[in-house]
Design a protein around this ligand. Structure first.
Ligand code: SAH
Ligand code: SF4
Length: 382
């Protein structure tokens, strides 16, 4: 089988080159051609020995993902729909801002976690993406954008967030080499602070990430107590909030930033009341000896068909944020970008061949669970 060179971090490429009888510095050259210059053809790699240039096409490829569609928002946001085969498609979103360019990357076709408020979760799960498919989203977007936005070879994407489709920490073995390609000075050279893994809370993998490749961590919290979080983020039943916060505390010494970002999706009448905010403050400030150093990012819920949920009204979001800020936890409200092309958080739906029946399971849950505003407190000890 021919290898896809996008599947390799630099170490992997060096091992591959070694098998071909090539020295390590050839791997560095090759890696730079692919990731820094965006070369897709070996013939273009003029400083590689001719013998190697001729050998490579027979044993490997640089496999781009086929583009099913590209949509450009009026605010500059760009969304790609990539074909990953077997009826599956994943989405990637570029979000330009004054001082940065962020790429939001998918890690799976679908997602098995099945959060109530997430369009990807409603679609169910098909499969993990390979390292090559994760890296190809960056490779394709960066070199497309360089060609279209800028004249020179200047870098366009300065930040990566693993916040597209899928739960990155449920695809750990493919994720880590992809992160290494992003960080490598011979690759995209992104600093650890500018690469963020967002997770719904796969506790054991948070611990492994601290050892293998500590990048910025965002945790999708969405609720201040287990009863509510069990309902919104089903993974909470396996890894409840206290365990998740412990994992965050253990992650911090290795993290490139001295805080964890908590994401909190604002759902009208579900988790958005002042009492929830106060409970959240209590939770985060009261955990461990000195609380969990963190920032909170409130995400206004982005609706999608059949979710059965609506976004909290703006004044409610602002009031919630104010309570948190006044309570000493820095809180921001995420701007919605790419709304006109359904590229906002949680709207990424791609097209997934559901192998888990998630859609019908979620429909069932919607019918059987009421949605009262549940504020559950632990009994305090006298
Ligand atoms: N699976 C990972 C990363 C992908 S989701 C995770 O859950 O963290 C990226 C972020 O978008 C998460 O915080 C997620 O909770 C949020 N999100 C999902 N659906 C959303 C929606 N409909 N509106 C707003 N945010 C949403
Ligand atoms: Fe999966 Fe994240 Fe969506 Fe939950 S919010 S279903 S973990 S992609």
């Amino acid at each position: 089988m021919t290898a896809n060179l996008l599947d390799f971090d630099l170490e992997g490429l060096a091992a591959f080159c070694e098998q071909l009888g090539e020295k390590r510095f050839r791997a560095v050259q090759l890696f730079r051609w692919i990731h820094q210059k965006g070369a897709a053809n070996f013939a273009d790699m003029t400083d590689l020995a001719r013998s190697l240039r001729e050998k490579l096409p027979g044993v490997c490829t640089i496999a781009d993902l086929p583009v099913l569609s590209r949509q450009d928002s009026t605010d500059g946001t760009i969304k790609w729909l990539f074909d990953v085969g077997d009826g599956n498609a994943v989405e990637t979103v570029f979000i330009p801002e004054d001082d940065r360019g962020t790429l939001c990357i998918s890690s799976q076709a679908g997602c098995a976690v099945g959060c109530r408020f997430c369009s990807t979760g409603h679609q169910g799960f098909s499969r993990n993406l390979t390292t090559g498919e994760i890296v190809a989203q960056l490779w394709h977007a960066e070199h497309f954008l360089r060609r279209h936005l800028k004249k020179g070879g200047e870098r366009v994407i300065t930040n990566v967030v693993m916040m597209g489709m899928g739960e990155p920490l449920q695809n750990y073995s493919a994720l880590v080499p992809a992160l290494r390609v992003m960080l490598d000075d011979h690759g995209y050279g992104l600093s650890r602070r500018r690469v963020t893994v967002s997770t719904s809370g796969v506790v054991p993998m948070i611990e492994r990430l601290a050892l293998d490749c500590p990048v910025a961590l965002a945790v999708s919290l969405h609720a201040p107590n287990d009863a509510l979080r069990d309902d919104l983020v089903p993974l909470n039943r396996k890894y409840p909030i206290a365990e998740l916060l412990d994992a965050c505390l253990r992650y911090l010494p290795a993290a490139p930033r001295d805080f964890i970002t908590f994401e909190y999706c604002m759902l009208d009448g579900v988790n958005d009341q002042p009492e929830h905010a106060r409970q959240l403050l209590e939770l985060l400030k009261g955990h461990g000896e000195r609380g969990v150093p963190c920032k909170i990012n409130l995400i206004p819920f982005n609706p999608f068909p059949d979710s059965g949920l609506t976004c909290s009204p703006r004044p409610v979001v602002l009031r919630f944020g104010q309570i948190l800020n006044e309570g000493g936890v820095v809180t921001t409200v995420r701007k919605t970008r790419g709304d006109d092309i359904d590229a906002a958080c949680g709207q990424l739906a791609g097209d997934v061949l559901d192998r888990t029946n998630a859609a019908s399971r979620l429909a069932q849950r919607r019918e059987t669970t009421a949605r009262p505003i549940r504020i559950v407190r632990k009994e305090r000890q006298a």
